[in-house]
Structure formats: structure tokens, C-alpha cells
Design a binder for this molecule. Structure first.
Ligand SMILES: C[S@@+](CC[C@H](N)C(=O)[O-])C[C@H]1O[C@@H](n2cnc3c(N)ncnc32)[C@H](O)[C@@H]1O
Length: 213
């Protein structure tokens, strides 16, 4: 019996972990928590918006789409976002969530500014038009129980594991010559592979390292 099961349900596609009592993983851009996050200050006060330097029509590649939250937030602020996701299952869940957002009058405009490509960003970056901004948010190492990620991110950590090649991805992003690369890291993490950012924005548990070139 395989542990994970991709299931069609009345709310859309969801991923079930048969070894856990946790809710199945389901991506929705219309759930109450995320809608509140989008509305709060129009999202512009979000650290990620400042790190990316959002403005309308900014072309952003999100190399690590995951649950698509960062991409959707940036698209809601007018950015044109291309998401890369290498997990086929996550890409299915994202595609399903974007299709539902396209059918939702309130979200369709934002969803229309997002495109999704399934594949590894390390390969895809070299074949893409250089964007204004590249965003990288790799899976962090799994923490001790007391400081574990919650909810959906905890599910994702279990399903995906740690992204061991994050420094290779950062190196590829820098090699594209993109003006701005934004790397999300745990607050106390050391610089990735000795790359020193131009500046960092610090939150309660994470920080954004920004590389300007
Ligand atoms: C921490 S999650 C990103 C969460 C995302 N920022 C959000 O707002 O939901 C990391 C995701 O990036 C994906 N990923 C990591 N390295 C990648 C790569 N080189 N190419 C494509 N996807 C990658 C993983 O499969 C995982 O789904």
C-alpha cells in the first residue's frame, strides 16, 4: 500500500497521507486565512512584497512554487509570475487550484497573471527569458518537534523532505544575470554557500536575503 494518495474530492484535488491523521493537503487561494492575508494592506506590507520590490508588470520567476502562496500574493499585487515546481504531485495540486481560481470572479484576474511549469528550476532557468526577479524558497531542514512547521507546510515537509540542492539553485539564479534574487531562509541560518546578500529583511522566524546585481 502506498503512503500517499492523490484524490479527487468535491472541493478539488487533494493529497492524502494514509499514515497520518492530518487533513489531506489541498491548495485553495480562496480559503479564509489566505484571503485575509491578501486583503491585509493589499499584501504590500508583507515582507516578501518588500523583498521582491513589487510593482505592476514586474516579471517574477518563483523557482520553488510549493503551495503557490507567495506566487499568488505577488500576482495579486500585479506581478507576472511564472512558477516552477519539480514535484509532479505538487504541480497537479497547483494546476487544480489555479483552474479553480480562474473560475472564481474575485480571483480570476490574479490567477491570469500566473503560469505554472512542471520541472526542475535548475534546468528551466537556463531556458527562460531572464525575469526582473527570481524567488527561491527551498524546503528548510526539518526542525525539532518544538519548533516544527505547522499545518500544510508540515505536510509538505513530510512529503517533499529537504531541498538539498538549494545552493546550486541560487548559483544558477545568479548566473542568469537577473537584477534581483530573493532567497527565503530560516532566521538564524548561515549564508547559503558563502553568498553574501546585498541586504536582508528579517521576520520572526524567517528572513529574506536579497541579492542585487
Ligand atoms: C518551501 S516550498 C515553497 C513554498 C512556497 N514559497 C509557497 O508560498 O507555498 C518548496 C517547494 O519548492 C520545490 N522545489 C525545490 N527545489 C526546486 C527546484 N530546483 N525546482 C523546482 N521546484 C523546486 C519543492 O518541491 C517544494 O514544493
Amino acid at each position: 500500500m502506498s503512503r500517499y494518495l492523490l484524490q479527487n474530492s468535491d472541493i478539488g484535488l487533494r493529497l492524502v497521507d494514509r499514515f497520518s491523521r492530518q487533513h489531506p493537503l489541498h491548495i485553495s487561494f480562496s480559503d479564509a486565512g489566505f484571503s485575509y492575508r491578501l486583503k491585509r494592506g493589499g499584501g504590500k506590507k508583507e515582507m516578501i512584497a518588500k523583498a521582491v520590490g513589487v510593482k505592476p508588470s514586474l516579471r517574477v520567476i518563483d523557482c520553488t512554487a510549493g503551495l503557490g502562496r507567495d506566487s499568488f500574493l505577488l500576482a495579486s499585487l500585479g506581478c507576472e509570475v511564472t512558477m516552477f515546481e519539480r514535484s509532479k504531485v505538487m504541480a497537479f495540486l497547483l494546476e487544480d487550484a489555479i483552474n479553480r481560481a480562474m473560475a472564481n470572479e474575485r480571483l480570476a484576474d490574479t490567477a491570469s497573471r500566473i503560469s505554472l511549469v512542471h520541472g526542475d528550476a535548475i534546468a528551466l532557468l537556463g531556458r527562460s527569458r531572464t525575469p526582473h526577479v527570481i524567488l527561491i524558497d527551498p524546503m528548510f531542514p526539518i526542525k525539532k518537534k518544538s519548533a516544527q512547521a505547522k499545518g500544510e507546510m508540515q505536510f509538505l515537509q513530510r512529503f517533499i523532505g529537504k531541498d538539498e540542492d538549494a545552493s546550486g539553485l541560487l548559483r544558477c539564479a545568479i548566473a542568469t544575470g537577473s537584477q534581483r534574487i530573493v532567497l527565503k531562509r530560516p532566521l538564524s541560518a548561515i549564508e547559503l554557500d558563502g553568498f553574501t546578500p546585498s541586504f536582508s529583511l528579517k521576520g520572526k522566524s524567517n528572513r529574506f536575503d536579497v541579492f542585487l546585481q
